[in-house]
Design a binder for this molecule. Structure first.
Ligand code: FES
Ligand code: FES
Length: 181
């Protein structure tokens, strides 16, 4: 039976087994490869997406459990790379190979939506489940602080609320920050 889920503001109907991981659906069924596979066991954070705004490991999340919910992936964070976390990541030049970075960005943006000015220890706690084999942790922390500063200088909320207008823009210009598919 088809499962209804809203992904990046767009209603989707997917006819897949109910226990299929959300990550599989995103990458293999919908062709959205910005979300990465790392471990498949909730140990690395590469597959992080937002479910109703909360950072979640999509590799262990059955698609049936997100029926009727809102999923945001790296492709949906903003229509034009304007999200403060994306801008900060570019300014600080965080990525090396890039493979972990879409997961890092999704965890950071979820943190900032709940805590717009986190301390070093709060950043470390929120990001500790996201592993970077290139060791970009210092730049990640700096970029989270930078994103907090960019946010406080703007009137826009961190929390995502994708409208129909942004959905059209997303269709035209997918945003992906991360390594090779
Ligand atoms: S692939 Fe999901 S946490 Fe590693
Ligand atoms: S940038 Fe290479 S794994 Fe994080």
């Amino acid at each position: 039976m088809a499962i209804q889920v809203t992904i990046n503001g767009k209603p989707q109907s997917v006819d897949v087994p109910p226990n299929m991981p959300l990550l599989w659906v995103l990458r293999d069924t919908l062709g959205m490869t910005g979300t990465k596979f790392g471990c498949g066991m909730a140990l690395c954070g590469a597959c992080t997406v937002h479910i109703d705004g909360v950072a979640t490991r999509s590799c262990i999340t059955p698609i049936s459990s997100v029926a009727g919910k809102k999923v945001t992936t790296i492709e949906g964070l903003s229509p034009d790379r304007s999200h403060p976390v994306q801008r900060a990541w570019i300014e600080v030049d965080v990525p090396q190979c890039g493979y972990c970075q879409s997961g890092q960005i999704m965890s950071a943006s979820s943190l900032l939506a709940q805590n717009p000015k986190p301390s070093d220890s709060e950043i470390d706690e929120a990001m500790k489940g996201n592993i970077c084999r290139c060791g970009t942790y210092q730049r990640i922390r700096a970029a989270v602080h930078r994103a907090a500063g960019l946010h406080s200088a703007s009137a826009k909320p961190f929390r995502l609320d994708l409208s129909d207008a942004t959905e059209d823009a997303l269709d035209e210009q997918p945003v992906e920050v991360g390594g090779a598919a």
